[in-house]
Structures are given as C-alpha cells and as structure tokens.
Design a binder for this molecule. Sequence first.
Ligand SMILES: [Zn+2]
Length: 242
Amino acid sequence: MVGLNLDTPERALAIGAHPDDIEFGCGATLAKWAAAGCEIHHLVCTDGSKGSWDPDEDVAQLVATRQAEQRKAAAVLGGRSDVVFLGWPDGELEAGLRQRWEVAYWIRVTRPDVVLGHDPWKRYRIHPDHRAAGFLATDGIVAARDPHFFPEQKAEPHRPRALLLWEADEVDHVEDAAGFEDVKLEALLAHRSQFRSTMRIDDPEASEEVGAFRARLHTRLVEFGALGGVALGEGFKLVERL
Ligand SMILES: [Zn+2]
C-alpha cells in the first residue's frame, strides 16, 4: 500500500548530507509545501569539500561556493530562513553523539511537523555520509523529543509528527509533484559546481546536456508518481510512530 500526500505541514525540516541532496530527495515536495505556506528549513551536515573531480581545486573556495549554491537552491524552493550548515568534513560524517546533539538542537529550535532525510537503511548504497545523515535524522528525532536528552540545550523538547525518508529502501508514500518539476530542476541547477560530477553537465550552455539531466529527473518523477497513482511524484518511506 502506497500512501499519497501528507497534509501540508506548518513547518518542515530537511536534513541532507551534502549541498544538493535535499533538492534531489524532496525538492518538489518542499516547493509544493512552501507554496502552500509551509515554513521550510534546510540543514546540511557536511561542508561539501569533496565535491570536485579537480585535484587542484581550492577546497576553501569550493566550500564557500557550495554554501552559496545551497542558499540559492533553498530560496528557489521557497525557503525563507537561512540554511543551517553543520560543516562536518565531507566524506567523514559520523552519526555520533556530537553530531546527534547538533541535529537534535536544530529540531528543537525549528520545531518541524515533518522531518525529511536520507533513508539510513537503504541497501547497497555505499556513500557513508548518506547513511550517517540518515541516522542523524532518526536519532536526532529521538533525542529532540525526550527532555532528558541534552537538557543543557535550554530548548523545549519537540516531537515531529512524521518522518519522510528519501532514496528509500521501501517506498510506501508518494508526494504529488505536479506543477513543481521545473522548480525542482531550477533548484538543482543552482548547484553549478556539481554540474560535472553529479549532473553530467560539462557545459551549462550545452542545452542537450541540460536536457538529458532534465529527462533523467523527469523519469524518476514519473516512476515514483506511478507508485502513488499520479503523473509525477517523489517517493519516500513514511515513519509516523515518532
Ligand atoms: Zn550526497
């Protein structure tokens, strides 16, 4: 059974490992909710400093560029608050207590009805940051909701009502993405530094490369949409017992 569409939350927090993960995972859903008045928050766990194939890349400049790109992408999706960057080194993210402390803090501060993140139980996905960021979302929720976790934070405990995991091992929920395909693409294209390594776009002026990326994105939206009985969708595992 695949469910379709949560009620629009008042506030949502998306937790990604790297700049651009959130846009890939749930960009259309966030844009749809923002258009309906939802307050959207982005939290990015790592600094994105491995996101280049150029061995001579100026890494400090790359980090700054990727933060600027992420802010732009968040604004394209309709986010009005600043992006939270935890700044852990790309590729070395751990789901440890220090990181959990930070994620729980931001859940308590932003008070989302819905949290969105990577599925940490996705089989055969080897990138450690995606796995760790997924566990930080789930473990962060457990810590944020219970008052005896991290009482020094002086922030009220908070229990979200739903967790949506993208890149899910078992998709059981679809958000209708109709009308928000273009804005998802636009948000992804804000990540210009990732054109070569992630989006397979060598020359942004080459419309056929951008067109091929758009077509791959479209195919994914159609596949997920079919699961939910709609034309276009984003697929998730929904966890409601939080
Ligand atoms: Zn990533």
